[in-house]
Design a binder for this molecule. Structure first.
Ligand SMILES: CC(C)(COP(=O)(O)OP(=O)(O)OC[C@H]1O[C@@H](n2cnc3c(N)ncnc32)[C@H](O)[C@@H]1OP(=O)(O)O)[C@@H](O)C(=O)NCCC(=O)NCCS
Length: 173
């Protein structure tokens, strides 16, 4: 929501340039007010964002954007740099997987760089297929949620039950 803008700005300022590069695939110096406004105003027909919050501060964000049919969605995730490797990225992504499953999506996909060990390890842990495109210098992360009309990734739905809702909340609430 628009009132989340200051917290989002503060969060991004707490992320290293390297982590911002991994997230946005380019050097980020500063986000403008318009950039931040776009990030907090979500078109819920096709977009979703979940944030992790501690003491009123945003400490992690995951977002997704689906195709017009709401069949495939592309996600991204970013955790505050000093709070990495504590399980936050995993929890956020599990939340997004549960959301995608609940909305009948068929695939959740992400793109990262081949040297992004953290994201690739996290994706492997959550059973994503890892498709390295050496020529393009990218890694596609693909989680099939439906095959032959059957919903998959049930283990992810079970894992989501371990989430404590006070740690994450919908950006739109
Ligand atoms: C990728 C990112 C979201 C991971 O978040 P995180 O909170 O650090 O990840 P988690 O603590 O949930 O770790 C999940 C698993 O990955 C492993 N892992 C995380 N970072 C790792 C690293 N740098 N090297 C090796 N393993 C790593 C963890 O050990 C954990 O596995 P385990 O539970 O079996 O030990 C975080 O590093 C980040 O924000 N990076 C910058 C932005 C980015 O790259 N976004 C991805 C773009 S799609």
């Amino acid at each position: 929501m628009p009132e989340d803008e200051p917290a989002l700005k503060h969060f991004i300022e707490s992320v290293t340039k390297e982590d911002l590069y991994y997230r946005y695939f380019s050097d980020i110096n500063e986000f403008t007010h318009d950039d931040l406004a776009n990030m907090t105003q979500i078109d819920y027909d096709r977009e979703m964002a979940f944030v992790a919050v501690r003491c009123e501060e945003i400490i992690g964000v995951t977002r997704s954007m689906s195709d017009p049919d709401n069949t495939d969605a592309e996600f991204a995730v970013l955790v505050r740099s000093d709070l990495k490797r504590l399980g936050l990225g995993c929890q956020l992504l599990e939340k997004m997987i549960a959301y995608a499953l609940a909305h009948g999506m068929h695939r959740l996909m992400g793109i990262t760089m081949p040297n992004n060990r953290g994201m690739i390890t996290l994706a492997q842990r959550l059973d994503f297929d890892i498709d390295v495109q050496i020529k393009d210098g990218i890694v596609n992360l693909i989680l099939p949620l439906y095959t032959n009309g059957r919903q998959l990734a049930v283990c992810n739905v079970i894992r989501i039950q371990h989430l404590t809702s006070k740690h994450t909340h919908n950006l739109g609430n």
